[in-house]
Write a protein that binds this ligand. Sequence first.
Ligand code: 5AD
Ligand code: SF4
Length: 480
Amino acid sequence: MNTMNLDISLSDEIPADETGRQYYYIEKARLYVQQLSQKLGRPLTFCVTTFGCQMNARDSEKLRGILLEIGYREAPEESADFVIYNTCTVRENANTRVYGRLGQLKPLKKKHPHMMIGLCGCMMQEPEVIEKLKKSYPFVDIIFGTHNIFKFAELIAERFATGRPVIDIWEGTEQIVENLPNQRKYFFKSGVNIMFGCNNFCSYCIVPYVRGRERSRSPQAILDEIRRLADDGVVEIMLLGQNVNSYGKTLDTPVTFAALLAEIEKIDKIRRIRFMTSHPKDLSDELIQVMSRSEKICRHLHLPVQSGSSRILQKMNRHYTKEQYLALVDKIRKAVPGISLTTDIIVGFPGETEEDFQETLDLVRKVQYDSAFTFIYSRRTGTPAAAMEDQVPEEVVKDRFQRLLKEVQDIAAKTCSVHEGTTKEVLVESLSEHDPSMVTGRLSNNLLVHFPGNPDLIGKLIPVHLTECRGFYYLGEQAV
Ligand code: 5AD
Ligand code: SF4
């Protein structure tokens, strides 16, 4: 694509505040998009693909919001003029997938010279990745990281103005830019960032290096956003942070996560509150109390344990033992009976022995999780664990992984079925993928339920009789 000359009649002054500045660039990018779509005689289209966690999913909604504002329309990747990958790097296979997809885009771009490719997210914060992209994938148009996602419109305008690839990666930031556009995937539920970054430095984890230090949004900004969402039809919110339990500690006037939840609870139209992720070491008694009294906080807690061996937990820098974790689980179950617990577990951390692994199996049996995400340890360059000796051989890890998966699945099938025969509220999310006469929704504990219904139910909370548990989901009937 060549440079585009624009007769822009925007206000001459670029606003000084960052939000205003970005709206200025949204206007500017919109003019470029108009010009190109006039030339092509059709609207320009985009497709954002998200890899990784809920945090990235929320970031992608911000990217989509900006793109729609600029005048792009959404389309499938095969036909999109602007393809964006919002990447993850928590495990090596996430990176491999992005390179694979990029390889497939190359011939497409050759065929459509005005096509643009954008890359952002955690993977872009790694210097080796940028080097590799420059060398092997020079056809990528826009590259930015996790700290300057708010600059998306500015980077697009720059790409149009210069005709050259734009690479803008920041090492860190203190900045939180409020009130930019975003386009929710669902009209009735939304993620809400409450904090960014992580200060924990678990020894296997790359997140603190790619997402930077912990920064909390002000309670005011969060509450304002949730009130606006509620007025716009949102009934369920998911509060997002790498470690929500340490929310507010670094604010000028510190606020606890529990106090924030209590304020959110007061917003009338919000019916369900979820949050993730909780670090066991920071989960306070105050939070447990707020959860036990709450009408709206969902009966579900995602509490990553990572390993059941206290020796490995120490090497992971997790700051709790197996016994402390189990005591915490007991305390939560007593205060919030019937709460569903889920977790993350890593298999094959350096130095993990069969005995350590048996401790993990034992913990899984004791806790009886509703579900668990199990991961094979992935060596991330730059993390302390990557330099540890005695990395566990692949065959050993694979065998342990299979054994753990079976244990987790057997337990989950049992735990999930306990609600059979009861009537519970379901937030209806969509038409069923398999049967258009059915709808699909979620229980407070996050389990899926399918029941006969029509599209009018989407976004509503409906009492449903849970007739049959099919492993990890329920079949039900609307209760009258
Ligand atoms: N290898 C495997 N799993 C990892 N996780 C984080 N870093 C790694 C790694 N290097 C897992 C943890 C975390 C989840 C989001 O990803 O279990 O809770
Ligand atoms: Fe990674 Fe640990 Fe921070 Fe979670 S708490 S993002 S596992 S360093």
